[in-house]
Design a protein around this ligand. Structure first.
Ligand code: ADP
Length: 514
Protein backbone atom coordinates (compact mmCIF):
# COMPACT_ATOMS: atom_id res chain seq x y z
CA UNK A 1 0.00 0.00 0.00
CA UNK A 2 2.76 2.42 0.91
CA UNK A 3 4.45 1.88 -2.44
CA UNK A 4 1.33 3.19 -4.04
CA UNK A 5 1.37 6.37 -1.90
CA UNK A 6 5.12 6.75 -2.29
CA UNK A 7 4.63 6.83 -6.04
CA UNK A 8 1.71 9.26 -5.73
CA UNK A 9 3.59 11.77 -3.58
CA UNK A 10 7.18 11.56 -4.81
CA UNK A 11 6.89 10.87 -8.53
CA UNK A 12 5.57 14.30 -9.27
CA UNK A 13 8.79 15.90 -8.12
CA UNK A 14 11.33 13.42 -9.50
CA UNK A 15 12.15 12.94 -13.14
CA UNK A 16 14.20 10.11 -14.64
CA UNK A 17 15.95 10.60 -17.97
CA UNK A 18 18.26 8.14 -19.70
CA UNK A 19 20.76 9.41 -22.30
CA UNK A 20 23.35 7.56 -24.39
CA UNK A 21 27.06 8.39 -24.62
CA UNK A 22 26.41 11.17 -27.15
CA UNK A 23 23.84 12.81 -24.88
CA UNK A 24 20.85 11.74 -26.99
CA UNK A 25 17.72 11.27 -24.89
CA UNK A 26 16.64 7.62 -25.01
CA UNK A 27 13.82 7.84 -22.51
CA UNK A 28 12.21 10.40 -20.12
CA UNK A 29 9.23 10.08 -17.80
CA UNK A 30 8.64 13.90 -18.08
CA UNK A 31 7.45 14.18 -14.45
CA UNK A 32 9.01 17.66 -13.99
CA UNK A 33 9.55 19.04 -17.51
CA UNK A 34 9.21 17.60 -20.99
CA UNK A 35 12.19 16.38 -23.05
CA UNK A 36 11.87 15.02 -26.53
CA UNK A 37 13.16 11.44 -27.10
CA UNK A 38 15.96 11.57 -29.69
CA UNK A 39 16.87 15.20 -28.87
CA UNK A 40 20.28 16.17 -27.50
CA UNK A 41 20.31 16.80 -23.72
CA UNK A 42 23.23 19.24 -24.28
CA UNK A 43 20.89 21.58 -26.11
CA UNK A 44 18.32 21.61 -23.31
CA UNK A 45 20.55 23.82 -21.16
CA UNK A 46 24.30 24.58 -21.07
CA UNK A 47 24.51 22.88 -17.64
CA UNK A 48 24.07 19.47 -19.30
CA UNK A 49 27.23 19.97 -21.41
CA UNK A 50 29.12 19.02 -18.25
CA UNK A 51 27.73 15.48 -18.59
CA UNK A 52 30.39 14.69 -21.23
CA UNK A 53 33.07 14.84 -18.56
CA UNK A 54 31.27 12.30 -16.37
CA UNK A 55 32.02 9.43 -18.78
CA UNK A 56 35.75 9.99 -18.27
CA UNK A 57 35.43 10.33 -14.50
CA UNK A 58 36.25 7.27 -12.33
CA UNK A 59 33.10 7.92 -10.23
CA UNK A 60 29.97 5.94 -11.01
CA UNK A 61 27.65 8.51 -9.45
CA UNK A 62 27.86 12.27 -9.26
CA UNK A 63 25.57 14.67 -7.29
CA UNK A 64 24.79 18.30 -8.05
CA UNK A 65 22.86 20.54 -5.68
CA UNK A 66 20.77 23.64 -6.17
CA UNK A 67 21.12 23.84 -9.94
CA UNK A 68 19.27 26.73 -11.49
CA UNK A 69 17.55 25.61 -14.73
CA UNK A 70 15.62 28.24 -16.67
CA UNK A 71 13.82 26.10 -19.28
CA UNK A 72 11.17 27.06 -21.77
CA UNK A 73 8.11 26.43 -19.62
CA UNK A 74 9.49 27.38 -16.22
CA UNK A 75 12.49 28.17 -14.08
CA UNK A 76 13.47 25.20 -11.94
CA UNK A 77 15.88 24.82 -9.08
CA UNK A 78 16.86 21.18 -8.79
CA UNK A 79 19.19 18.63 -7.22
CA UNK A 80 20.59 16.06 -9.65
CA UNK A 81 22.01 12.60 -9.31
CA UNK A 82 23.80 11.26 -12.41
CA UNK A 83 24.68 7.59 -12.51
CA UNK A 84 26.54 5.56 -15.16
CA UNK A 85 24.12 2.86 -16.28
CA UNK A 86 24.10 0.43 -19.22
CA UNK A 87 26.68 2.35 -21.26
CA UNK A 88 24.74 5.59 -20.89
CA UNK A 89 23.75 7.99 -18.13
CA UNK A 90 20.76 7.93 -15.84
CA UNK A 91 19.70 11.43 -14.76
CA UNK A 92 17.56 11.64 -11.62
CA UNK A 93 16.24 15.18 -11.25
CA UNK A 94 14.67 16.28 -7.95
CA UNK A 95 12.54 19.37 -8.41
CA UNK A 96 13.17 21.45 -5.28
CA UNK A 97 12.12 24.82 -6.73
CA UNK A 98 9.55 25.51 -4.02
CA UNK A 99 11.90 24.41 -1.28
CA UNK A 100 14.81 26.55 -2.51
CA UNK A 101 12.61 29.61 -3.14
CA UNK A 102 11.18 29.45 0.38
CA UNK A 103 14.63 28.89 1.78
CA UNK A 104 15.98 31.84 -0.17
CA UNK A 105 13.24 34.24 0.97
CA UNK A 106 13.58 33.11 4.59
CA UNK A 107 17.34 33.62 4.40
CA UNK A 108 16.88 36.99 2.79
CA UNK A 109 14.48 38.15 5.50
CA UNK A 110 16.85 36.85 8.14
CA UNK A 111 19.84 38.57 6.56
CA UNK A 112 17.96 41.81 6.22
CA UNK A 113 16.94 41.66 9.84
CA UNK A 114 20.53 40.88 10.90
CA UNK A 115 21.77 43.84 8.87
CA UNK A 116 19.05 46.06 10.33
CA UNK A 117 19.94 45.00 13.87
CA UNK A 118 23.60 45.66 13.22
CA UNK A 119 22.82 49.06 11.75
CA UNK A 120 20.70 49.93 14.80
CA UNK A 121 23.51 48.83 17.11
CA UNK A 122 26.01 50.98 15.20
CA UNK A 123 23.60 53.93 15.25
CA UNK A 124 22.99 53.52 18.98
CA UNK A 125 26.71 53.28 19.65
CA UNK A 126 27.23 56.45 17.68
CA UNK A 127 24.42 58.24 19.54
CA UNK A 128 25.74 57.04 22.89
CA UNK A 129 29.24 58.18 22.00
CA UNK A 130 27.91 61.59 20.95
CA UNK A 131 25.89 61.81 24.16
CA UNK A 132 28.94 60.85 26.25
CA UNK A 133 31.04 63.44 24.46
CA UNK A 134 28.36 66.12 24.96
CA UNK A 135 28.08 65.40 28.68
CA UNK A 136 31.83 65.26 29.18
CA UNK A 137 32.13 68.54 27.30
CA UNK A 138 29.41 70.17 29.40
CA UNK A 139 30.98 68.93 32.61
CA UNK A 140 34.45 70.23 31.70
CA UNK A 141 33.16 73.43 30.23
CA UNK A 142 31.01 74.34 33.21
CA UNK A 143 33.89 73.38 35.50
CA UNK A 144 36.21 75.82 33.72
CA UNK A 145 33.63 78.61 33.94
CA UNK A 146 33.02 78.28 37.65
CA UNK A 147 36.31 79.68 38.91
CA UNK A 148 36.22 82.94 36.95
CA UNK A 149 32.51 83.35 37.71
CA UNK A 150 33.11 82.89 41.44
CA UNK A 151 35.69 85.66 41.26
CA UNK A 152 33.43 87.96 39.25
CA UNK A 153 30.55 87.46 41.68
CA UNK A 154 32.70 87.95 44.71
CA UNK A 155 34.36 91.08 43.31
CA UNK A 156 30.94 92.48 42.38
CA UNK A 157 29.86 91.99 45.98
CA UNK A 158 32.99 93.66 47.27
CA UNK A 159 32.50 96.56 44.84
CA UNK A 160 28.95 96.98 46.08
CA UNK A 161 30.25 97.71 49.52
CA UNK A 162 32.51 100.53 48.31
CA UNK A 163 31.45 104.13 47.67
CA UNK A 164 29.84 104.38 44.23
CA UNK A 165 28.15 107.23 42.42
CA UNK A 166 24.69 106.72 40.88
CA UNK A 167 25.96 105.74 37.46
CA UNK A 168 28.41 103.24 38.90
CA UNK A 169 25.67 101.80 41.11
CA UNK A 170 23.47 101.33 38.07
CA UNK A 171 26.25 99.60 36.18
CA UNK A 172 26.85 97.39 39.18
CA UNK A 173 23.19 96.34 39.18
CA UNK A 174 23.54 95.33 35.50
CA UNK A 175 26.67 93.42 36.37
CA UNK A 176 24.86 91.63 39.20
CA UNK A 177 21.93 90.74 36.95
CA UNK A 178 24.31 89.37 34.29
CA UNK A 179 26.17 87.36 36.91
CA UNK A 180 22.90 85.89 38.10
CA UNK A 181 21.92 85.01 34.51
CA UNK A 182 25.25 83.39 33.82
CA UNK A 183 25.11 81.44 37.06
CA UNK A 184 21.58 80.29 36.23
CA UNK A 185 22.68 79.22 32.75
CA UNK A 186 25.54 77.24 34.19
CA UNK A 187 23.21 75.54 36.68
CA UNK A 188 20.72 74.78 33.89
CA UNK A 189 23.33 73.24 31.62
CA UNK A 190 24.59 71.12 34.46
CA UNK A 191 21.06 70.09 35.47
CA UNK A 192 20.20 68.96 31.96
CA UNK A 193 23.41 67.00 31.64
CA UNK A 194 22.83 65.38 35.04
CA UNK A 195 19.25 64.47 34.09
CA UNK A 196 20.46 63.03 30.76
CA UNK A 197 23.17 60.93 32.39
CA UNK A 198 20.88 59.75 35.20
CA UNK A 199 23.15 61.37 37.76
CA UNK A 200 20.52 63.53 39.36
CA UNK A 201 19.09 61.98 42.50
CA UNK A 202 15.98 63.33 44.14
CA UNK A 203 16.15 64.25 47.81
CA UNK A 204 12.80 63.42 49.40
CA UNK A 205 12.10 65.40 52.57
CA UNK A 206 9.07 66.68 54.42
CA UNK A 207 8.52 70.35 53.65
CA UNK A 208 5.98 73.08 54.28
CA UNK A 209 3.84 73.20 51.13
CA UNK A 210 1.94 76.31 52.17
CA UNK A 211 5.16 78.16 52.81
CA UNK A 212 6.49 76.95 49.46
CA UNK A 213 3.36 78.31 47.77
CA UNK A 214 3.47 81.62 49.66
CA UNK A 215 7.10 82.17 48.71
CA UNK A 216 6.28 81.65 45.03
CA UNK A 217 3.25 83.92 45.27
CA UNK A 218 5.28 86.64 46.93
CA UNK A 219 8.17 86.43 44.45
CA UNK A 220 6.12 86.23 41.28
CA UNK A 221 3.54 88.83 42.28
CA UNK A 222 6.45 91.25 42.45
CA UNK A 223 7.94 90.06 39.14
CA UNK A 224 4.56 90.28 37.38
CA UNK A 225 3.93 93.74 38.78
CA UNK A 226 7.28 94.92 37.44
CA UNK A 227 6.03 94.01 33.94
CA UNK A 228 2.57 95.47 34.50
CA UNK A 229 0.85 92.06 34.72
CA UNK A 230 -1.73 90.79 37.19
CA UNK A 231 -0.84 87.77 39.25
CA UNK A 232 -3.38 85.42 40.80
CA UNK A 233 -2.35 82.73 43.22
CA UNK A 234 -4.92 80.10 43.97
CA UNK A 235 -4.32 77.85 47.01
CA UNK A 236 -6.75 75.01 47.67
CA UNK A 237 -7.69 75.00 51.37
CA UNK A 238 -8.07 71.21 51.28
CA UNK A 239 -4.33 70.77 50.63
CA UNK A 240 -2.13 69.36 53.39
CA UNK A 241 0.34 71.80 54.87
CA UNK A 242 3.29 69.39 54.83
CA UNK A 243 4.24 67.01 52.04
CA UNK A 244 7.26 64.83 51.33
CA UNK A 245 9.16 65.49 48.11
CA UNK A 246 12.21 67.14 46.60
CA UNK A 247 11.32 70.73 47.42
CA UNK A 248 14.25 72.19 45.50
CA UNK A 249 13.45 70.30 42.29
CA UNK A 250 9.71 71.03 42.46
CA UNK A 251 10.64 74.66 43.01
CA UNK A 252 12.90 74.50 39.95
CA UNK A 253 10.05 73.13 37.79
CA UNK A 254 7.46 75.66 38.96
CA UNK A 255 9.79 78.65 38.74
CA UNK A 256 10.80 77.66 35.19
CA UNK A 257 7.12 77.63 34.20
CA UNK A 258 6.32 80.86 36.04
CA UNK A 259 9.36 82.61 34.54
CA UNK A 260 8.19 81.58 31.08
CA UNK A 261 4.63 82.71 31.78
CA UNK A 262 5.92 86.18 32.62
CA UNK A 263 8.52 86.19 29.85
CA UNK A 264 6.02 85.34 27.10
CA UNK A 265 3.14 87.55 28.28
CA UNK A 266 2.89 91.25 27.54
CA UNK A 267 -0.55 92.06 28.98
CA UNK A 268 -3.13 90.39 31.19
CA UNK A 269 -2.87 87.87 33.98
CA UNK A 270 -0.69 85.03 35.16
CA UNK A 271 -2.43 82.47 37.35
CA UNK A 272 -0.63 80.01 39.55
CA UNK A 273 -2.88 77.48 41.16
CA UNK A 274 -2.24 74.50 43.37
CA UNK A 275 -5.19 72.14 43.74
CA UNK A 276 -5.94 68.88 45.42
CA UNK A 277 -6.81 66.03 43.03
CA UNK A 278 -7.27 63.45 45.74
CA UNK A 279 -6.05 62.25 49.12
CA UNK A 280 -5.74 58.58 49.88
CA UNK A 281 -4.24 57.08 53.06
CA UNK A 282 -1.03 59.06 53.47
CA UNK A 283 -0.71 60.00 49.81
CA UNK A 284 -1.89 63.08 48.07
CA UNK A 285 -2.21 63.96 44.41
CA UNK A 286 -1.57 67.62 43.63
CA UNK A 287 -2.21 69.58 40.46
CA UNK A 288 0.17 72.45 39.73
CA UNK A 289 -1.11 74.80 37.04
CA UNK A 290 0.49 77.88 35.52
CA UNK A 291 -1.67 79.86 33.14
CA UNK A 292 -0.85 82.98 31.16
CA UNK A 293 -2.55 85.33 28.70
CA UNK A 294 0.57 85.60 26.53
CA UNK A 295 1.59 84.93 22.96
CA UNK A 296 0.66 81.24 23.03
CA UNK A 297 2.31 78.36 21.17
CA UNK A 298 1.26 76.91 17.79
CA UNK A 299 0.03 73.31 17.85
CA UNK A 300 2.92 72.02 15.73
CA UNK A 301 5.40 73.37 18.30
CA UNK A 302 3.83 71.88 21.39
CA UNK A 303 6.25 68.96 21.40
CA UNK A 304 9.51 70.55 20.28
CA UNK A 305 9.47 73.16 23.06
CA UNK A 306 10.42 70.40 25.52
CA UNK A 307 13.64 69.56 23.68
CA UNK A 308 16.93 70.94 25.01
CA UNK A 309 18.08 74.23 23.49
CA UNK A 310 14.84 74.59 21.56
CA UNK A 311 13.42 78.05 21.20
CA UNK A 312 10.74 79.09 18.79
CA UNK A 313 12.14 81.44 16.17
CA UNK A 314 9.12 83.71 15.90
CA UNK A 315 9.54 85.03 19.40
CA UNK A 316 13.29 85.30 19.26
CA UNK A 317 13.18 88.93 20.31
CA UNK A 318 11.08 88.32 23.37
CA UNK A 319 13.19 85.44 24.54
CA UNK A 320 16.20 85.90 26.73
CA UNK A 321 16.54 82.29 27.77
CA UNK A 322 18.63 79.36 26.66
CA UNK A 323 15.88 76.99 25.59
CA UNK A 324 16.60 74.71 28.54
CA UNK A 325 13.85 75.64 31.01
CA UNK A 326 11.16 73.31 29.70
CA UNK A 327 13.60 70.47 28.99
CA UNK A 328 14.74 70.65 32.62
CA UNK A 329 11.17 70.90 33.92
CA UNK A 330 10.07 67.89 31.92
CA UNK A 331 13.23 65.91 32.80
CA UNK A 332 12.76 66.60 36.51
CA UNK A 333 9.09 65.68 36.37
CA UNK A 334 10.03 62.43 34.65
CA UNK A 335 12.24 61.63 37.63
CA UNK A 336 9.24 62.35 39.86
CA UNK A 337 7.13 60.00 37.72
CA UNK A 338 5.05 62.83 36.40
CA UNK A 339 4.57 64.50 33.06
CA UNK A 340 4.15 68.07 31.99
CA UNK A 341 1.07 68.90 29.89
CA UNK A 342 0.30 71.98 27.87
CA UNK A 343 -2.74 73.61 26.26
CA UNK A 344 -2.18 76.71 24.25
CA UNK A 345 -3.81 79.01 21.72
CA UNK A 346 -1.72 81.42 19.68
CA UNK A 347 -2.51 84.99 20.68
CA UNK A 348 -4.54 83.94 23.71
CA UNK A 349 -2.18 82.26 26.11
CA UNK A 350 -0.88 78.98 27.46
CA UNK A 351 -1.57 76.67 30.33
CA UNK A 352 1.09 74.29 31.66
CA UNK A 353 0.15 71.75 34.31
CA UNK A 354 1.36 68.57 36.00
CA UNK A 355 0.31 66.26 38.81
CA UNK A 356 2.53 65.09 41.65
CA UNK A 357 1.82 62.16 43.92
CA UNK A 358 3.44 62.82 47.26
CA UNK A 359 3.31 61.52 50.80
CA UNK A 360 1.82 63.97 53.24
CA UNK A 361 1.81 64.55 56.95
CA UNK A 362 -1.29 65.46 58.90
CA UNK A 363 0.45 67.17 61.78
CA UNK A 364 2.54 70.32 61.59
CA UNK A 365 6.17 69.31 61.33
CA UNK A 366 8.45 70.94 63.88
CA UNK A 367 11.45 70.19 61.64
CA UNK A 368 9.93 71.94 58.70
CA UNK A 369 9.13 74.94 60.88
CA UNK A 370 12.76 75.18 61.81
CA UNK A 371 13.76 75.50 58.19
CA UNK A 372 11.82 78.72 57.70
CA UNK A 373 14.21 81.08 55.91
CA UNK A 374 13.46 84.00 58.25
CA UNK A 375 14.39 82.28 61.48
CA UNK A 376 17.46 80.86 59.72
CA UNK A 377 18.81 84.30 58.82
CA UNK A 378 18.47 85.61 62.34
CA UNK A 379 20.40 82.69 63.72
CA UNK A 380 23.20 83.13 61.20
CA UNK A 381 23.55 86.83 61.89
CA UNK A 382 24.00 86.15 65.58
CA UNK A 383 27.07 84.13 64.84
CA UNK A 384 28.89 87.20 63.65
CA UNK A 385 29.39 88.27 67.25
CA UNK A 386 32.20 86.87 69.44
CA UNK A 387 36.00 86.39 69.25
CA UNK A 388 37.83 86.03 65.93
CA UNK A 389 38.26 82.53 64.51
CA UNK A 390 41.45 81.14 63.00
CA UNK A 391 40.81 80.12 59.41
CA UNK A 392 43.02 78.38 56.85
CA UNK A 393 42.16 79.14 53.24
CA UNK A 394 43.49 76.58 50.73
CA UNK A 395 43.04 77.68 47.12
CA UNK A 396 45.41 77.49 44.15
CA UNK A 397 43.48 79.74 41.77
CA UNK A 398 44.91 83.18 42.50
CA UNK A 399 41.78 85.09 41.53
CA UNK A 400 39.46 82.97 43.66
CA UNK A 401 41.99 83.02 46.49
CA UNK A 402 42.10 86.85 46.47
CA UNK A 403 38.35 87.30 46.32
CA UNK A 404 37.60 84.79 49.07
CA UNK A 405 40.34 86.32 51.17
CA UNK A 406 38.77 89.77 50.73
CA UNK A 407 35.32 88.52 51.64
CA UNK A 408 36.64 86.84 54.78
CA UNK A 409 38.76 89.82 55.70
CA UNK A 410 35.81 92.17 55.16
CA UNK A 411 33.86 90.49 57.95
CA UNK A 412 36.53 91.33 60.53
CA UNK A 413 35.77 87.94 62.06
CA UNK A 414 38.80 85.91 61.07
CA UNK A 415 42.53 85.52 61.38
CA UNK A 416 43.32 84.10 57.94
CA UNK A 417 46.23 82.04 56.64
CA UNK A 418 46.41 81.15 52.97
CA UNK A 419 48.12 78.23 51.24
CA UNK A 420 47.87 77.25 47.59
CA UNK A 421 49.40 73.78 47.52
CA UNK A 422 47.75 70.64 48.90
CA UNK A 423 51.06 69.31 50.13
CA UNK A 424 51.55 72.35 52.41
CA UNK A 425 48.24 71.97 54.22
CA UNK A 426 49.30 69.18 56.57
CA UNK A 427 52.31 71.01 58.00
CA UNK A 428 50.13 74.12 58.47
CA UNK A 429 47.41 72.32 60.40
CA UNK A 430 49.90 70.69 62.71
CA UNK A 431 51.76 73.90 63.53
CA UNK A 432 48.74 76.21 63.95
CA UNK A 433 45.54 75.63 65.83
CA UNK A 434 42.82 76.31 63.24
CA UNK A 435 39.12 76.65 63.98
CA UNK A 436 38.14 75.92 60.39
CA UNK A 437 39.62 75.12 56.98
CA UNK A 438 38.12 76.34 53.72
CA UNK A 439 39.68 74.26 50.98
CA UNK A 440 39.38 73.95 47.22
CA UNK A 441 38.88 70.31 46.24
CA UNK A 442 40.92 70.43 43.06
CA UNK A 443 44.42 71.26 44.27
CA UNK A 444 47.90 70.57 42.87
CA UNK A 445 49.84 67.63 44.38
CA UNK A 446 47.20 66.47 46.85
CA UNK A 447 43.47 66.88 46.28
CA UNK A 448 41.15 68.38 48.88
CA UNK A 449 39.41 65.10 49.62
CA UNK A 450 42.74 63.28 50.03
CA UNK A 451 43.93 65.95 52.47
CA UNK A 452 40.65 65.75 54.39
CA UNK A 453 41.06 61.97 54.71
CA UNK A 454 44.59 62.41 56.05
CA UNK A 455 43.46 65.07 58.53
CA UNK A 456 40.61 62.86 59.77
CA UNK A 457 43.10 60.04 60.37
CA UNK A 458 45.51 62.21 62.38
CA UNK A 459 46.40 60.95 65.88
CA UNK A 460 45.92 64.41 67.49
CA UNK A 461 42.38 65.26 68.39
CA UNK A 462 42.77 69.01 67.81
CA UNK A 463 43.82 68.30 64.19
CA UNK A 464 41.49 65.46 63.25
CA UNK A 465 38.34 67.36 64.27
CA UNK A 466 39.00 70.66 62.44
CA UNK A 467 35.84 71.47 60.48
CA UNK A 468 36.52 71.52 56.73
CA UNK A 469 34.46 73.25 54.08
CA UNK A 470 35.25 72.07 50.56
CA UNK A 471 34.76 74.36 47.60
CA UNK A 472 34.51 72.79 44.19
CA UNK A 473 33.67 73.62 40.62
CA UNK A 474 32.43 70.09 40.01
CA UNK A 475 28.76 70.07 41.02
CA UNK A 476 28.22 66.38 40.22
CA UNK A 477 26.77 64.35 43.07
CA UNK A 478 29.59 61.79 42.76
CA UNK A 479 32.16 64.46 43.54
CA UNK A 480 30.14 65.87 46.44
CA UNK A 481 29.65 62.38 47.88
CA UNK A 482 33.39 61.70 47.54
CA UNK A 483 34.21 64.87 49.52
CA UNK A 484 31.61 64.17 52.20
CA UNK A 485 32.83 60.61 52.51
CA UNK A 486 36.38 61.87 52.97
CA UNK A 487 35.14 63.84 55.98
CA UNK A 488 34.32 67.34 54.76
CA UNK A 489 31.62 69.00 56.85
CA UNK A 490 30.16 70.90 53.93
CA UNK A 491 30.79 71.19 50.19
CA UNK A 492 30.04 74.47 48.40
CA UNK A 493 29.65 74.49 44.65
CA UNK A 494 31.23 77.37 42.74
CA UNK A 495 29.98 79.93 42.01
CA UNK A 496 28.31 80.70 45.33
CA UNK A 497 26.87 83.83 46.86
CA UNK A 498 28.88 85.65 49.50
CA UNK A 499 26.09 85.13 52.08
CA UNK A 500 25.96 81.38 51.47
CA UNK A 501 29.72 81.18 51.81
CA UNK A 502 29.88 83.13 55.07
CA UNK A 503 26.73 81.55 56.52
CA UNK A 504 28.16 78.07 55.94
CA UNK A 505 31.30 79.03 57.83
CA UNK A 506 29.36 80.69 60.69
CA UNK A 507 27.01 77.74 61.00
CA UNK A 508 29.82 75.22 61.19
CA UNK A 509 31.75 77.32 63.69
CA UNK A 510 28.63 77.69 65.82
CA UNK A 511 28.07 73.94 65.90
CA UNK A 512 31.73 73.09 66.31
CA UNK A 513 32.64 71.87 69.81
CA UNK A 514 36.25 72.98 69.54
P1 ADP B 1 13.51 79.60 26.96
O1 ADP B 1 14.78 79.77 27.72
O2 ADP B 1 13.66 79.96 25.53
O3 ADP B 1 12.34 80.22 27.62
P2 ADP B 1 12.20 77.09 27.51
O4 ADP B 1 12.71 75.69 27.39
O5 ADP B 1 11.74 77.53 28.84
O6 ADP B 1 13.34 78.01 26.95
O7 ADP B 1 11.04 77.25 26.47
C1 ADP B 1 11.21 76.80 25.14
C2 ADP B 1 10.37 77.61 24.19
O8 ADP B 1 8.98 77.37 24.44
C3 ADP B 1 10.53 79.12 24.38
O9 ADP B 1 11.64 79.60 23.63
C4 ADP B 1 9.21 79.64 23.90
O10 ADP B 1 9.23 79.76 22.50
C5 ADP B 1 8.21 78.54 24.23
N1 ADP B 1 7.46 78.82 25.48
C6 ADP B 1 7.71 78.32 26.71
N2 ADP B 1 6.79 78.77 27.59
C7 ADP B 1 5.94 79.56 26.92
C8 ADP B 1 4.78 80.31 27.28
N3 ADP B 1 4.30 80.33 28.52
N4 ADP B 1 4.15 80.99 26.29
C9 ADP B 1 4.61 80.98 25.03
N5 ADP B 1 5.70 80.29 24.62
C10 ADP B 1 6.37 79.59 25.54
Amino acid sequence: MLDHYRREFTNKNIQFIFVDQKGVVQESDDEVFSVQTGSSIFELHPFFESLEGIFESPENEVDFYCVHLPLKENVFTVDLKIAKKEGGLLLIIYDLTKHYNTYQSVTQVRNESVIKTELTVIKNQELEERERFKNRFIQNFSHELRNPLTSIMAITNILEETKLDTEQSQMLQFLKASNANLKQLLEDILSISMIDTGKLDLVQKMFDLKQFFDLLEFTYKAKAKEKGLNFNADWDEKLPKFVEGDRLRIFQVVTNLLDNAIKYTETGTITFSLKLNQKRANRVSLRFQIKDSGIGIANENLEVIFESFNQLGAIGNTSSGSGLGLAIASGLLNLMESEIKVNSTVGQGSEFYFDLHLKFQLLTSPDAKKSSPKSHKKQELKKTEGPKSKLLLVEDDLQVQTTLFKILLGTGRFHIDVVYDGALVLQEVVSSNYDIIVMDVNLPNLSGDQITKLIREFPFNNVKTIPIIGITADGYQENIDKCRKAGMNKVLIKPFEKEDFLNSIYKILRNSKR
